[in-house]
Design a protein around this ligand. Structure first.
Ligand SMILES: Nc1ccn([C@@H]2O[C@H](COP(=O)(O)OP(=O)(O)OP(=O)(O)O)[C@@H](O)[C@H]2O)c(=O)n1
Ligand SMILES: O=P(O)(O)OC[C@@H](O)[C@@H](O)[C@@H](O)CO
Length: 442
């Protein structure tokens, strides 16, 4: 997470989503993909200042792996094929920044409208925009949906399955909302700051997001609610009940629905994003026996580190699918120090536009024969990998090198392979630009 000093830096290079959908939002057909036979749109309130983080930059624009938090949230929704449009509601002074983020990350189906002084006012602006009404009464293209999903822009981890449940329940019931068990007990205090009474925790739930409403319910609720609701309210479900008599269906959601509120939540979000990107890698052997042997040993060692390695000879034919779904690659070279295989992979990755939005990791593992039985390969020239790596970094690809030496001593060999697996796992997990171009010794 980029929070130099107290400033998040919303202008760092673009990085895309963390989901297996194709870049730029084109999605694969996922087995669990649902079909919904009524129009659904989304309102993402993102007009706050994030005071509770203590940072100067609003948390929705804080970067993780160079990508603002709000872009991850948008990605969660744009990859859902049955969502027709997304309205992001931001403070007027952030409209240009938000438009830039949408362009840089190639987000689709997204429109930006100005927020209000409170969350309810922002959400209301988003709902009006979907109905073709702008705050300044300018006519916006109306794509009035049957169901509106409302979701805090600072809740980046939301799954299609749960969105489907909320949307279907909202259509049936008029309103639906995510809930989670309470962690702390809720108590009421006296004006002097003493305990008045405590609530029986088991009877209560935390109201989370996403929430869903039929368009007419949420529109009417905002037409009828009071200024006090707008200024001090925090619960859309309450407005639906109070002003439309619509009793929301409550659905327990996964723990990942939590809202980024404090600085610690930013660190937690970054950790989840990195963890999601680091679960697997594709090992390319070039087909040589030595490389296959090393790759198989690496696969076993990485498994013990909770990392799944797929081993392929190249990225041609069916194996090209790895270019479109994998975020981490390990190129094994045996007894030759040419980086030509790596350079060809970098070209493939660029052609697949996987690196446009997202820091990919490529690790060149160089195995050199060091005993009398093997032809000793040249030792790679550190400057060579550094040069290729600095060019790759400009294209959002982080290239690292690891060198290990063949050994007839089984124990020593196994130790080296384990070290390669450990270094590989750390490089993929951290994605640190600082180590780019280094030739590390295993
Ligand atoms: N006037 C506002 C205030 C809040 N929000 C949005 O509502 C969501 C949930 O609100 P919260 O977590 O309270 O965000 P902030 O108001 O920014 O946080 P803070 O209260 O710490 O300033 C956030 O995505 C926030 O950007 C909004 O759209 N318009
Ligand atoms: O009050 P805040 O703006 O921090 O957070 C908004 C939350 O209250 C809201 O997202 C859920 O409780 C669901 O209504």
């Amino acid at each position: 997470m980029n929070m130099e000093g107290d400033n998040c830096d919303p202008d760092r290079p673009a990085h895309p989503g963390i989901f297996p959908a194709g870049e730029g939002g084109q999605s694969y057909h996922q087995p669990w993909e649902r079909s919904v036979d009524f129009p659904v749109s989304v309102v993402l309130p993102a007009g706050g200042t994030g005071e509770r983080t203590g940072l100067q930059t609003p948390k929705q624009f804080c970067s993780f792996l160079g990508r603002p938090l709000i872009s991850y949230t948008i990605q969660s929704f744009e990859r859902v094929s049955w969502i027709q449009s997304i309205v992001v509601v931001v403070a007027k002074e952030n409209m240009d920044l938000m438009t830039d983020i949408i362009q840089r990350f190639q987000h689709r189906k997204v429109r930006v409208v100005p927020g209000g002084s409170t969350r309810h006012r922002s959400i209301c602006n988003g709902v009006l925009a979907l109905g073709g009404q702008g705050e300044e009464q300018e006519r916006l293209p109306a794509d009035k949906p049957k169901v509106v999903i409302i979701h805090d822009a600072v809740r980046p981890f939301v799954e299609e399955d749960f969105l489907y449940k909320i949307a279907m329940a909202a259509k049936e019931q008029g309103a639906a909302g995510a809930i989670r068990p309470l962690v702390s007990t809720v108590i009421a205090t006296t004006s002097e700051g003493y305990l008045d009474h405590s609530l029986e925790r088991a009877r209560y739930r935390a109201s989370e997001m996403p929430q869903g409403f039929t368009y007419d319910v949420i529109y009417q609720a905002y037409q009828r609610c009071t200024e006090s609701d707008f200024d001090f309210g925090t619960e859309c479900l309450h407005l639906a009940l109070q002003y439309c008599g619509t009793n929301a269906k409550l659905i327990e959601g996964p723990p990942t629905l939590w809202k980024v509120t404090y600085k610690r939540d930013l660190a937690a979000a970054e950790s989840i994003i990195k963890e999601t990107l680091s679960r697997s890698a594709c090992v390319i052997t070039g087909g040589s026996a030595g490389a296959v042997t090393l790759a198989d040993a690496l696969q076993k060692a990485a498994g013990a580190l909770d990392m799944e390695l797929d081993v392929v000879p190249d990225l041609k034919g069916d194996n090209g699918r790895y270019l479109l779904k994998e975020w981490n690659f390990i190129q094994v070279s045996v007894n030759h120090s040419s980086l030509s295989e790596v350079e060809s992979m970098l070209k493939d990755l660029e052609a697949a536009s996987r690196a446009l939005l997202h820091p990919l990791v490529v690790i060149w593992v160089h195995l050199s024969g060091s005993d009398e039985l093997s032809v000793s390969g040249e030792t790679p020239e550190p400057a060579a990998i550094a040069d290729v790596a600095s060019a790759a970094k400009l294209r959002n690809i982080l290239l690292y090198g690891i060198q290990l030496h063949q050994s007839k001593d089984t124990e020593r060999w196994e130790r080296s392979v384990l070290r390669v697996a450990e270094i590989t796992s750390a490089l993929i997990r951290e994605r640190s630009p600082a180590l780019v171009g280094q030739l590390l010794q295993a």
